[in-house]
Design a protein around this ligand. Structure first.
Ligand code: NCD
Length: 318
């Protein structure tokens, strides 16, 4: 639609491209809407997107984000146009993203896009009158994942202030982390310990930028430095597809693994364990049964409702 526009507590017809568009009030408003939808019956939900077509243009693999958007639209009574295989649409013939979006704009009340290039969602937004939601732009951002992550934290602690968190894995390339750090910096008193191999940590420049926005970031290099009073641990996958040299990936892929031993040493009883998924070996399977593990349960459920709340707020019947 246009350059990233602040939400300012009004989601109507806005693009969702980055957590930079958000402020605490807008996030609280979205969470209120999410809670409201959680309490509604399937019948009540099923008319909110009546006669709306939402295009899901996914040019990178996706299970949860694609699945939850598709189900969210359908639960709300809308329909989807699903283009999920770039080798089978006109990208394969060399069509530009701009042209593809201009065309899809004619069919769509809203476009959800996942694409391997940083900035692709912004390009889509500039070429569509319909609102655009960024479902992951390369190593850039993944705002709807961060919103569901924040909602999961909020539901447990009833606040997004004065929290200590550990974020581990691929901080450099992980778009969910980029958006989550921006989200956490909107609230006061948060402190994040970043655990990553040197090659995959956050640049000093970005650490200072977040600090300026009020988010304290402590870069740590070993599991021993994990604090025992953390509210959440957010583990992530090393992003194989962002490496041009696969031997480099092999070198760092197993740097930090969430094991039962580590949880026993550093975890407290109130802690929650999160992961955007997919995991590829960085969380021991035995941990799935721990009641603190929310990555296969609450985070998934919350993802569906937060996306329903976003769709409702942007194009729903008011
Ligand atoms: C993430 C993504 O695509 O960025 N997955 C997701 O949407 N939940 C995380 C990842 O792929 O590692």
């Amino acid at each position: 639609m246009q350059d990233q526009k602040p939400i300012n507590s009004d989601f109507k017809n806005k693009d969702i491209l980055s957590l930079s568009q958000f402020d605490p009030n807008s996030i609280n408003l979205l969470f209120k809407k999410t809670q409201e939808l959680e309490s509604q019956s399937p019948e009540e939900l099923s008319t909110i997107l009546k006669n709306k077509i939402v295009t899901l243009l996914f040019s990178e693999p996706s299970t949860r984000t694609f699945g939850s958007f598709a189900v969210a639209v359908k639960r709300l009574g809308g329909q989807t146009l699903e283009l999920t295989s770039p080798s089978e649409n006109s990208f394969a013939k060399g069509e530009t993203l701009e042209d593809t979006i201009r065309v899809l704009d004619n069919y769509s009340d809203l476009i959800v896009i996942r694409h391997p290039e940083i900035g692709s969602a912004d390009i889509a937004a500039k070429n569509a009158d319909a609102p655009v939601i960024n479902a992951g732009d390369g190593a850039g951002e993944h705002p709807t994942q961060a919103l569901l992550d924040l909602y999961t934290i909020y539901k447990k602690f009833q606040t997004l202030e004065n929290l200590n968190g550990v974020i581990a894995g691929d901080i450099k390339n992980g778009r969910t982390v980029h958006s989550l750090l921006k989200g956490l910096s909107l609230f006061t008193g948060n402190k994040i310990y970043l655990l990553a191999p040197d090659e995959l940590t956050l640049s000093q420049e970005l650490v200072s930028k977040h600090a300026k926005n009020g988010l304290e970031i402590i870069v740590i290099k070993t599991e021993e430095e994990i604090p025992q009073d953390a509210h959440f641990w957010y583990w992530t996958r090393v992003q194989k597809e962002r490496f041009s040299d696969q031997t480099q990936y092999e070198k760092v892929k197993n740097s930090f693994i969430l094991t039962q031993d580590l949880l026993g040493q550093k975890g407290n009883s109130d802690l929650i364990l999160m992961h955007p998924l997919p995991r590829v070996g960085e969380i021991e399977a035995e941990i799935d049964n721990d009641k603190r593990a929310l990555y296969l349960t609450d985070q998934i459920q919350n993802g569906l409702y937060v996306r329903m709340a976003l769709l409702t707020s942007i194009i729903g019947k008011s």
